[in-house]
Design a protein around this ligand. Structure first.
Ligand code: HEM
Length: 404
């Protein structure tokens, strides 16, 4: 099997449409398979037990600076003020830097803040549903799943209303360029404007703090340190990248798998209190992230019977480990009443998703409110023909045509 493994284009829409038989084969392969990645090839970690061990292993680092010389970093990410700020992101740091950044941002994600946001998410969802037609055909992503998290985030961050559309355009350009060095370079003039806007926003909120995340981040202090200006920018960009498209995918993948399983959809409509379990099962069965961030091997070492060499890289296949029958009985069955659902859709270990509570609130409110408002909603296309977006990290559809 060794030769064939490079043929699995894990980022391609075709592979992402139904990767599950391949995952099963990979899990049954005694060693680790290799798949293509932006830097050449990567080892692919597909079993649950291996994934947990890898996510605990400090010699697998998310920080590219630890193995790439500065010239290569500049080539891959662009050497601009904007990108240097992005590279301070906690997603791309190891302890102790990661620990310090995470502690500082935690103050903005307390249960009390979550409660405050939950109320806003419901209000924003209702307003968005009011804008939809009473009946007819729409693309659920364009009209609902996509604008919802963007509106929630603009409000959570505290972006002034007139600037929200431009802010959205900048965020989307940056998100779409990630993993593609040519695109990353070409959008840098636009990103220079984005950076100036974020600086302006930080100055405004330093002078006049309000009840929002950017004001909280500016004031956050832990163990006598604060986020410096570059880190603040890095944190804002990280939250945009990590929090928007993931939530779009949670809502749209959720409706997609419910359409695929009409008996489960009927069950949820009949008993809306099942929504929490339904969202957990959606996250497990077709979650919003297909892999974790790429991780780089810090030194030669032996990991679960394989000898890894410094500079190699690994991907942790979240979508595969969530279907690993060794930890989840009937893993290939979509069951919204499943008990003890210990999925890894939000990762595991020190990089465990910071926004998981907000994502859960948004997923639950969005799907529940949509089904309440449109109890007869159904797919308006052959589900097998829908196209998945390319990319090695996220898992989401391009369009989801529905009849309301
Ligand atoms: C369904 C929605 C979401 C999913 C499936 C998801 C998934 C993940 C995963 C798998 C990781 C770990 C990545 C790794 O270890 O390589 C992660 C990290 C992260 N997520 Fe999420 N996420 C979601 C929504 C959000 C939201 C709404 C926010 C922000 C409000 C957010 C912010 C973050 C941040 C900042 C990190 C990095 C944490 C760290 O490095 O310590 N995510 N997310």
């Amino acid at each position: 099997m060794a030769q064939d493994q490079y043929e699995y284009q894990i980022s391609s829409p075709e592979f992402k449409a139904n990767p599950y038989p391949a995952y099963q084969k990979f899990r049954e392969t005694p060693s680790f398979v290799q798949v293509p990645s932006p830097m050449g090839k990567s080892y692919f970690i597909t079993r649950r037990e291996d994934a947990e061990a890898a996510l605990r292993e400090p010699r697998f680092s998310t920080n590219p600076h630890t193995i790439m010389p500065p010239e290569l970093i500049a080539q891959v990410f662009s050497d601009t003020e904007f990108m240097r700020a992005f590279l301070t992101s906690m997603m791309l740091q190891d302890p102790p830097d990661h620990t310090r950044l995470r502690r500082l941002v935690n103050v903005a994600f307390t249960p009390r803040k979550m409660e405050m946001w939950a109320g806003r998410v419901q209000a924003i969802t209702d307003a968005l549903l009011d804008e939809l037609p009473a009946y007819g055909a729409i693309d659920l992503i364009e009209s609902f799943a996509y604008p919802l998290p963007m509106r929630v985030f603009s409000e959570v961050l505290g972006i002034p209303v007139p600037d929200r559309e431009q802010f959205r355009v900048w965020s989307v350009s940056f998100g779409d360029s990630l993993g593609d060095p040519v695109k990353t370079h070409s959008i840098q003039p636009q990103m220079a404007d984005f950076l100036q806007y974020i600086y302006w926003l930080i100055d405004e909120k330093t002078a006049h703090p309000t009840q929002d995340l950017i004001s909280d981040l500016i004031q956050a202090e832990a163990e006598g340190t604060r986020l410096n200006r570059q880190e603040l920018v890095g944190m804002i960009i990280t939250l945009l990248i990590a929090g928007n498209e993931t939530t779009v995918n949670l809502i749209s993948n959720g409706m997609y798998v419910l359409f695929q399983h009409p008996e489960q959809l009927a069950l949820l409509k009949q008993d809306p209190t099942l929504i929490k379990g339904a969202v957990e099962e959606i996250l497990r069965y077709r979650g919003a992230a297909t892999n974790g961030s790429e991780r780089w091997v810090q030194e030669d070492f032996e990991f679960r019977g394989h000898h890894f060499k410094k500079g190699e890289s690994v991907y942790i296949s979240i979508a595969s480990v969530n279907r690993d029958a060794a930890y989840c009985p009937h893993a290939e069955t979509f069951d919204i009443t499943r008990k003890d659902n210990q999925h890894l859709a939000f990762g595991f270990g020190i990089h465990y998703c910071l926004g998981a509570p907000l994502a859960r609130i948004e997923g639950q409110i969005a799907i529940q409110s949509l089904l309440r408002r449109y109890p007869n909603i159904r797919a308006n296309a052959d589900l097998g023909s829908l196209r998945w977006r390319p990319g090695s990290t996220l898992l989401g559809l391009e369009k989801l045509p529905v009849t309301l």
